[in-house]
Design a protein around this ligand. Structure first.
Ligand code: HEM
Length: 595
């Protein structure tokens, strides 16, 4: 099966020479050009002027240009393996060229992409640079695939470290690394441990991959860590079981139910906000986790969980989310057998969380009552054929909703508190809007009136999407942008990458809620804003999250003025979700509420 964006012409019909024309061409390096007579090399891409003797340079020419232009050059040392720069070298010469790069005087690198055509890049490296360090002058000359409106660029990412590949860079500075990827191409290749992966850096490409859930499915190494947490719930279920599960879970998030949940959310949010006082410094991250946890627990289990159990579940969730990333990286780097404190906490918390959920399902089944909450809905839900979720499936969905819905919303709210705390005028305007909320019985219609609040949250999700990276796995061999990818290939999409493209969002690190004024975002392409993913696997709780976060932000700012602690720097903590490392705020109660 072939995938190309709709406006991209079918590369299978494109003559090979079209690729050649796209190969960026390098002018002969200044110090060798004098030795070269282009007219002596009227050959195509596969041909070179052979080096006659050791120490002589060998040249490769591109035939389509007039005069022919040098595209590759190396030094032959006379050793057999280094003379592969003869006819057909592009298929066979990667290794010899690397050897050649050891030559102290002239060092070059050649890359190729057999699947797309011949992509050759040649660049000089300083003589002293090591073979394993990222190239200093290597230009990004991956092949380009021509679309109707524009061209797409593909490339491999430099800076891979031995057996770990790009894991080190991703671990050390995940956001910086991700943000650097689009400049290498629209579809770029990385290596994580032993696994090759493709990262989608283009919004339209991301959109199309998300829409085709049958071809770009779930599964494989990267979902194993998630599966440890949520078993076979919606987030990791493969395409066919996913379709069935989604049908049965969807009613839980129906508009009418959300209208009822809104009032429950409001009660929980106010309980949390009312517990604060002016004499303490607010731990924004911890409090937003407590708030999101209470909301999920109350909407999922109505009042079945006591305050103590809610606190316990919250601690378990934190351990699980923190441990998940450790587990995944350990697996990819072959170190899964090494015991770690985070891994141990993860195992203990998962076991306790499973027991809590199993006991609750058994209680609900025994009582047979409709509690009007999400768990009752899950237990009762049937489709048109009378099909229902099994207890194991309900268990998996409960864990999924806890994992997918709590940490994400808490991270969004913690970032929002941090961002608005730096702008008192914005706080005043949100506070004004918060007066729209009734004292009791908040519903979806009231939330719809919180326009500025929602713009602030939309912009927060753009800058700090809690789900910063996600995975798809190719179910069948497919062509993506003209590149044949084998079955089982791993593709990643990252809302963070897309949301920080300066061509879509000028000055992407600036917090500007006005980007979302009516009409202001009309220029965005499909896939240009994906905090909730897209297609058949789009976040099922997106409206839930919008409702909860809008009520929370409006209620908090309706009651409190927030000020950042002087000198405090807030940094992203890149865990299973992207949250701030710490948000410490001074609280001032508004006079109106004191009366
Ligand atoms: C700001 C908050 C949230 C963000 C940013 C977020 C983001 C996402 C994203 C990006 C996905 C798609 C992953 C993929 O492509 O495979 C997803 C899926 C999901 N989310 Fe959310 N989510 C949020 C809140 C919630 C809430 C509140 C709930 C539930 C109450 C929830 C439940 C789920 C579930 C069950 C899935 C799996 C859907 C499926 O595969 O059919 N999420 N979420």
């Amino acid at each position: 099966m072939t995938f190309l964006p709709p406006h991209t012409s079918d590369k299978r019909r494109m003559p090979e020479t079209a690729h050649y024309k796209k190969v960026p061409v390098m002018e002969p390096p200044a110090d060798v050009s004098a030795d070269v007579d282009p007219s002596a090399a009227p050959y195509g891409l596969d041909h070179t002027v052979p080096a006659a003797s050791p120490g002589k340079q060998t040249f490769t020419w591109q035939r389509e240009t007039s005069p022919p232009r040098l595209i590759a050059s190396t030094v032959s040392t006379g050793c057999g393996s280094r003379q592969a720069l003869h006819a057909g070298f592009i298929r066979s010469a990667q290794r010899p060229l690397r050897d050649t790069a050891r030559d102290p005087a002239t060092q070059y690198e050649l890359r190729r992409n057999r699947r797309i055509g011949y992509a050759v890049s040649v660049a000089r490296r300083p003589a002293e640079s090591s073979l394993h360090s990222p190239p200093c002058h290597i230009r990004d000359w991956g092949p380009v695939v021509r679309g109707k409106d524009r061209d797409y660029k593909l490339d491999a990412i430099p800076g891979s470290w031995g057996g770990l590949g790009h894991i080190v860079r991703l671990w050390r500075d995940p956001l910086g690394f991700l943000e650097s990827l689009p400049k290498h191409g629209d579809l770029v290749r990385l290596r994580l441990g032993t696994v090759r992966v493709w990262m989608l850096c283009d919004p339209e490409l991301t959109h199309h991959v998300l829409q085709d859930g049958r071809t770009f499915d779930k599964g494989g190494t990267f979902d194993e860590a998630t599966r440890l947490i949520v078993q076979d719930g919606l987030v990791v279920a493969p395409h066919e079981p996913h379709k069935r599960q989604r049908r049965l879970v969807q009613p839980v998030f129906h508009h009418q139910r959300l209208d009822q949940y809104a009032a429950v959310m409001d009660t929980e949010i106010r309980a949390v906000s009312d517990s604060w006082s002016t004499d303490r410094v607010l731990d924004g991250v911890g409090e937003m986790q407590r708030l999101a946890m209470r909301v999920t627990a109350r909407t999922m289990f109505s009042s079945a969980l006591g305050e103590h159990t809610v606190a316990q579940v919250r601690e378990d969730l934190t351990n699980i989310m923190d441990g998940a990333r450790h587990k995944l990286f350990a697996r990819m780097s072959g170190l899964a057998w090494v015991p770690t404190a985070a891994g141990k906490r993860f195992d203990t918390s998962i076991a306790r969380m499973n027991k809590t959920v199993t006991d609750l399902i058994a209680d609900y089944r025994r009582s047979g009552r409709d509690h009007g909450d999400m768990l009752s809905m899950l237990l009762e839900s049937t489709d048109e054929h009378g099909d229902a979720l099994t207890d194991d499936e309900v268990h998996a969905q409960v864990l999924t909703v806890f994992m997918a819905g709590t940490e994400t919303t808490a991270s969004l709210l913690a970032w929002a508190l941090h961002l608005v705390s730096e702008d008192e005028d914005l706080q005043d305007r949100i506070r004004e809007e918060a007066r729209e909320l009734p004292n009791e019985g908040v519903g979806l219609a009231d939330v719809g009136k919180l326009k500025l609040t929602r713009r602030v949250l939309t912009e927060t999700l753009r800058m700090y999407p809690p789900v910063w990276i996600f995975h798809r796995r190719l179910r069948t061999e497919s062509k993506v942008l003209g590149t044949r990818l084998p079955e089982g290939s791993n593709l990643f999409y990252s809302p963070y990458v897309i949301h920080h493209r300066p061509d879509l969002y000028p000055e992407p690190h600036e917090f500007r809620p006005d980007r979302w004024l009516p009409g202001a975002s009309d220029h965005l392409p499909k896939g240009g804003y994906v905090p909730f993913g897209g297609g058949s696997r789009k976040c099922i709780g997106d409206e839930f999250a919008h409702t909860e976060s809008a009520i929370a932000l409006a209620r908090i700012l309706g009651t409190w003025r927030l000020r950042p602690m002087p000198g405090e720097v807030v940094r992203p903590a890149v865990k299973a979700s992207l949250r701030p490392d710490a948000v410490r705020l001074r609280l001032y109660r508004h006079a109106r509420q004191e009366a």
